[in-house]
Design a protein around this ligand. Sequence first.
Ligand code: AMP
Length: 382
Amino acid sequence: MNKDIITPPSSTLGMLGGGQLGGFFAEAALRMGYKVAVWDPSESAPAKRFATHKFNAPFNDKNTLNEFVSTVDAVSLEWENIPVELVEAIQSKKPTRPSSRSLGLAQDRTKEKRFLRDNGFPLSEYQVIKCASELVEVDQELPWIVKTATMGYDGHGQWRINSDHEKDQMSSQIKGEGPWVAEKVVPFDMELSVVVIQGTDGTCVTYPATENIHENGILRMSICPARIDPSTELSARNLATEVIKAIGDPGVFCVELFLVHPNQILVNEIAPRPHNSGHHTIDSFSISQYEYQVRALCGLSITQPFHIGNTVLLNVLGKEATELSQVGITNLILKTGRARIYMYGKESVRPGRKMGHIIFSGGNIDVLEKEASEALAIISDQ
Ligand code: AMP
């Protein structure tokens, strides 16, 4: 497919996956004059609230593929587990960004890590194991995190191994299809992420690094700009840009990083799509990561955004959404004047499920972090 095709406003943009990221993409696209077709097997997927066309079939449905392709002018995605074969079939007919190349890398940790290692990017030590019994043969220093190569998210499909005893136990307990990656635990000072946008002409733009705080493998809070010195910040942005240039695919990407004392930065993983830690860009920059997804997809200008202000993002997880939906609680949080609530419209509540987020802006980071922590204490009912 020709990389130079420009898709003008009033065209229909296809979105594979209908989660909150697809929803924010659709809002940006509609604002800019596009129509949006969302394909997701769930009829109640959040992004369908903003869709002009809705496709509900499983991703392997051939009739829907034909109908989808004839409806849309260009296609993007919001989930790394969209089948690569589906994206290959679509990209042979319509501009698709990112392409199956970056999707294939991000979908399989073994490929992603090999790509990073082969290109000389710094990453944690790891070994690939094809079946659980091979775990006992891994000869790198403990502790490790063992991760499924595919379909892992938000800490699912990950186990920590601290001792030889746990290694033996785990080798008989891990079930399911391999391979897995046994990765050395990185004693990081901070987790960072950098959203990188690559235009069809190779132009790359980055946002400042965001500082991420996880709980049980799930993102809890994101602080932007990260509280790091300017040279570390520059190194993080440069490293993330180099990774995306090496992939060479247009689109929006997020590179997750570990900052290790005194000044080492390791790449953890790459998302070939906007990222939870970049939601704040709707409020804190002149151009959001979702508008960039539209721009990169459609071949529109990719230019550096202007910073509006600091933000702290608080994810609303599981039943915290039910707590937050009570008027008294909502009002308590809104009263600060700094909070903007974004709820995704998900019908079922599951523990740890990302149901929404709150952005705190309009002050220095310490004030915003304090307000976010207070809001968390309120909604988590502590
Ligand atoms: P991942 O799915 O690989 O992004 O892992 C989810 C979270 O688990 C990360 O954001 C970290 O908080 C933690 N984690 C993953 N891999 C490692 C590692 N090698 N060392 C330390 N923490 C890790």
